[in-house]
Structure formats: C-alpha cells, structure tokens
Design a binder for this molecule. Structure first.
Ligand code: ZN
Length: 339
C-alpha cells in the first residue's frame, strides 16, 4: 500500500497544526493538534512511500510507529486517502467520474472498482425525444458499457438540442441515429446497441411522450427489471418513480394514488395519449435539467446507493426551477405490493 491524500480533495492549513481536507460537508475532514511527526507523514503521502516507510519515518522523527497507522486509519475511514498502489489506468475522460465515485463510496481504490462495474451494465432507454436522447448520451459518457435506445420514430427538427440529437439525425430513426453518437460519447470500448431485444438489461429508463410508457412499465415489472420514468409535461419536469420491482412503489401505485385524489385521472391519462397536444411544450433547459437529474438517479442506483426517486418523484416547474421531492408509498390495491 502506498497511501496518498485523496487527489479530488483540496488541502487547507487552517493554522500550523490544523489541516482541512476537502470543502463540502459530506466530504470535508478537519484534523487538529497535528504534531511534527503527523505533519511529516502527511507531507510524505505523495505516492512514493509505502506503509512500512511511513512507519519508519515516524520512528526516525522520534515518534511512535503506531502514529502512522493511527493517522492513516482516520484518513481512510473518512475517505480522505486512497491507495496509489491499487489504482488502475482509466480513460482520461472519466477521471472526474471516478473521483466522484471515490468520494461517494470512500473506498481506498478511489472509485476504480465502481467505475469498472459501470462498464458491465446495460441500460435500455425507451423513448429518445429531447429528454431520452440526452439521458442516453449522459449514461454512455458516465461509463455505462452498453446503452440501448428503443425509438423507431423519425428524428424531427424539434428533437435537435445540445447534448441530444444532432442536426444530421433529422429524418433518421431516433434510436439508430443515436447509436452512432453513443459510441463517440462513450469513454472506451463502446458496445452501444440499437433497438435490440429488451431481455438481459440491468435497468430501463422510460422517457415517453406525456402520459405514455405505462405498457413498457408493466412489461418491465413482469421481468423484474428496475426502471425510472423521466418526462417533461407542459412546463413541469418529472423524474421518478425509480421502481425496484417488489421493493418500492411502481408507476401503477402512483396512478392509483392519483385516482384516489381525482377519480378522472385514468381518463386524463388516456386522453393525453390518444389526443396529444398539437405543439407539445418542452423547454430546452428544463429537458436538460430532467435528463441530468434522471441520469444521476440511474447511476446512483447502479452504483449501489438508494436515490431520492425510490418511493418518490422529483418535480421541477418553470419558471421557478426549484426541484422538490414528493413521497409515494406503495398502493394497497396494486399487485406489486402483494407477496
Ligand atoms: Zn405498484
């Protein structure tokens, strides 16, 4: 082991014996009462010294050999140090993503294993309008190894956005046109497919036209595939629920809760799909916000965390633009809650 201070965290000496590592509440660590031995150890954590050499250094300076272990235990348990000897070479484009993973899981490998795990996942994206196209591209760029887009509709001018479809895609099938872009977005070893079979996927994103996606969701429930809804309806963006079949509330649960509050909800849903608006609204920036939030939720789930959209939705409305979370429990009348 060759310990180094976490390369994604800044170092600030608040006074001659107090070091602050990092800045934000979730990541920052404050260590006080540092003597000359501890300071020498910290300065020697540049990747050249292994654990034995750091112990030796402590002894040479008249300190206890255990001082090195004590300091390193503190740093590693707080996620403020990584083992330089265990690190692997990753594509330069995903180095910031690896750093972010390392800060979140506080593993001594600095996020290497978590980033490698992303490469093994397949995520299917159903619907590639402004929101879905952007989600697919963000997932590929974040290191998901296989992103499969399902949308045979022709790309229209209104689909073209920065981070989504390109001008040259107009007229081509959305899914197929995006497949080529995903291979460029991907940091390495691109395997991104187009409109393949739905089996064998690790996660699915539903980015349908407003009110749609219920049949896809029911199919995913039958297969036990975790999925997330993301859409823009008028001037409101909705991300969630993130459904873990058998463990969290599903889209049907949410529709049943809405029906409890408004008996005409199924009618509204049905008519929205049958008679969609002639010129549906989808603000460019709101679509980007929804895509960013949705992608972060998918990645958090695949990275092993429980994101905010499990048993919930995040909603953002214009012009305020302030995300708020709503809680949604399982509905007793929905089959997904039955053992
Ligand atoms: Zn349900």
């Amino acid at each position: 082991m060759r310990p180094i201070l976490h390369p994604a965290l800044s170092r600030t000496w608040r006074d001659e014996s107090t070091l602050q590592i990092g800045v934000t509440p979730g990541s920052a660590l404050l260590i006080g009462d540092l003597g000359p031995v501890e300071i020498a150890i910290l300065n020697a954590m540049d990747g050249r010294y292994d654990l034995a050499a750091l112990r030796e250094l402590a002894a040479e300076l008249g300190g206890d050999r255990g001082a090195a272990d004590q300091l390193l235990d503190l740093l590693f348990s707080a996620g403020a140090a990584v083992d330089a000897a265990a690190r692997i070479q990753v594509h330069p484009r995903v180095v910031p993503d690896r750093s972010s993973l390392g800060l979140q899981n506080a593993e001594p490998d600095g996020g290497d294993a978590a980033l490698a795990a992303r490469r093994r996942y397949r995520v299917d994206v159903h619907g590639a309008g402004r929101v879905g196209a952007s989600i697919a591209r963000l997932l590929a760029a974040a290191g998901i190894g296989d992103v499969v887009v399902h949308d045979p509709a022709a790309t229209i001018e209104a689909d073209v956005t920065p981070g989504g479809h390109a001008e040259r895609a107009v007229g081509r099938a959305r899914g197929r046109a995006l497949g080529d872009v995903l291979r460029t977005d991907s940091p390495a070893d691109p395997r991104h497919g187009v409109s393949g079979p739905t089996g064998g996927t690790d996660f699915a994103v539903l980015a349908p036209a407003p009110g749609a996606g219920r049949e896809d969701a029911a199919e995913l429930m039958r297969h036990g595939t975790a999925h997330l809804l993301a859409e823009v309806v008028e001037v409101t963006g909705v991300v969630g629920p993130l459904v873990v079949p058998g463990r969290s509330s599903c889209l049907r649960c949410h529709d049943l809760h809405r029906t409890d509050m408004d008996g005409h909800w199924p009618l509204v849903l049905d008519q929205t799909v049958r008679r969609p608006p002639v010129e549906p609204a989808c603000d460019t920036a709101l679509a980007a916000v929804v895509a960013g939030l949705a992608t972060a939720q998918v990645l958090a789930h695949l990275d092993g965390f429980t994101p905010a959209t499990v048993d919930g939705t995040i909603e953002v409305s214009l012009p305020l633009g302030l995300p708020r979370r709503r809680s949604w429990a399982r509905h007793p009348g929905c089959g997904c809650a039955w053992a």
